[in-house]
Design a protein around this ligand. Structure first.
Ligand code: NI
Length: 137
């Protein structure tokens, strides 16, 4: 059967601060600029979850997008939306919540719930012009 990629878009708002605890405020500002603001700041994150695989001959689906919507809601939106990532999300208590790291954590949280014969790719927009992607390498 043909291989097709299906995509589901999602959204969450979250606050973060980029910094290292072992650096001074001055060094954090030098590296992370205003993203190191000690009072945090927010982003409107846009998420695209992409699954690639063969079309199932019985259903005509690669993966049920309704199921994918529910999975993104329970695993990502309910964990990240309207949260302070540094303070409220366990994965980022010791991991800088950059777009890169949020993308990898999102991949890991979803991967374990999806069939192994489907390839997963995560694309995360931190701003309309800054975005990152991760496919599990
Ligand atoms: Ni930021």
């Amino acid at each position: 059967m043909p291989k097709v990629t299906v995509h589901r878009k999602a959204h969450f708002n979250a606050a973060h601060r980029l910094y290292r605890k072992d650096w001074s405020d001055e060094k954090n500002f030098a590296v992370f600029n205003k993203c190191s603001n000690p009072n945090y700041h927010g982003h409107n994150y846009e998420l695209i979850v992409s699954l690639t695989g063969e079309i199932d001959a019985t259903t005509g689906y690669v993966y049920d997008l309704g199921k994918l919507k529910d999975l993104i809601k329970s695993e990502i939106e309910e964990c990240f939306d309207h949260k302070n990532l540094n303070i409220e999300v366990d994965e980022f208590k010791e991991l800088n919540p950059t777009a890169e790291n949020i993308c990898v954590v999102t991949y890991q949280k979803l991967r374990k719930h999806l069939p192994t014969d489907l390839d997963l790719k995560i694309t995360l927009y931190e701003t309309p012009r800054n975005f990152v992607s991760y496919s599990g390498e």
